[in-house]
Design a protein around this ligand. Sequence first.
Ligand SMILES: *Cc1c(COP(=O)(O)O)cnc(C)c1O
Length: 385
Amino acid sequence: MNFETQAIRIQNEKSQYLEHSTPLYLTSGYVFDDAEDMRASFADEKDRNIYSRYSNPNTSEFINKICKLEGAASGFAFASGMSAVFSTFGALLNTGDHVISCNSVFGSTQSLLNNVLPKWNISTSYFNITGIDKVEGLITGQTKIIYAESPANPTTDILDLEALAKIAKKHNILLVIDNCFASPYLQQPIKWGADIVIHSATKLIDGQGRVLGGVVVGPEQLINKIYLFSRITGPALSPFNAWVLSKSLETLAVRVDKHCDNAIKVAQFLEQHPKVNFVKYPFLKSHPQYELAKKQMKAGGCIVAFEVKGGLDAGRNFFNTIKMCSLSANLGDTRTIVTHPASTTHAKLKEEERLATGITDGLVRVSVGLENVDDIISDLNQALN
Ligand SMILES: *Cc1c(COP(=O)(O)O)cnc(C)c1O
């Protein structure tokens, strides 16, 4: 079956009520026939639900879909994207191990690498998204994971997934990709050689700004380690959120198609506006990695980055003059969201640190939503003018 069909037709078996749409299983536990049934279940000799910290029919349906859509054998679902990221590191790394990460990863992921993992003497070295030729030089005897995202936040720079996977394979290091900005509809990193794919389901997968969630998929043996770690540490996705997210996947393809249609129109509008220095959108011909984006993505995604002329003050003024679009930190929502990183989300960074990841004073990030594109453009236009 094709992507859209799988996202709709992969479903749990029907109950005695023959429901058309999977019901919500709000149950924390499950019952056993007798002592032998319970013993065998706890000894993992049976594939069945025991307790909803381990598994639940709604989380299983959600995981099964993501596995099929990403081309993975196995997966586990989490209460948030960050618990998915943390549990992957927690399960796969030991004291003294080393991580190589792209320097433009999600802010909380970077804080995890810089401030939390060092508690266990786990260190991280960084590379630039467009400088993967430097990665081999960072490898040590302790390097266990190479970690990256593409497209990058907020600059929309593109990582060469296939080239990075070759480096990881050659040195027998795991490649873990956070695929949240693309969604499984636009890009499947496992196809290019990634070992593990992580999503914050809070973004395009929910896509309607309602619930938090996360998911990790990959080969059976690695996911089993992550599962055993997580069933003890307890970051499981709630059945209700899993039910919402599994329904959301049914509309992922139509939503993301529309996000991309709107986003390219917004990018083209901004590109010819006299108050704009430059626009970055992966499917604009002017994007420095247009060819690479075309190779590994189906369309350009929902994020458009651009630089307002006039630096920090102009960026802040633009942000404060927006009327319809939301001023918020989220992305991948039906509602268009504008952020000005230099005066808001990234204001606590030093200027050199901001510039190292491409966040200039006037840079604006737009997560283009599903409103009529004329209304989105008209709001951006009045704020620019
Ligand atoms: C939001 C986000 C996360 C974290 O997800 P939460 O669901 O907010 O915990 C991780 N990676 C990327 C790329 C994100 O955008």
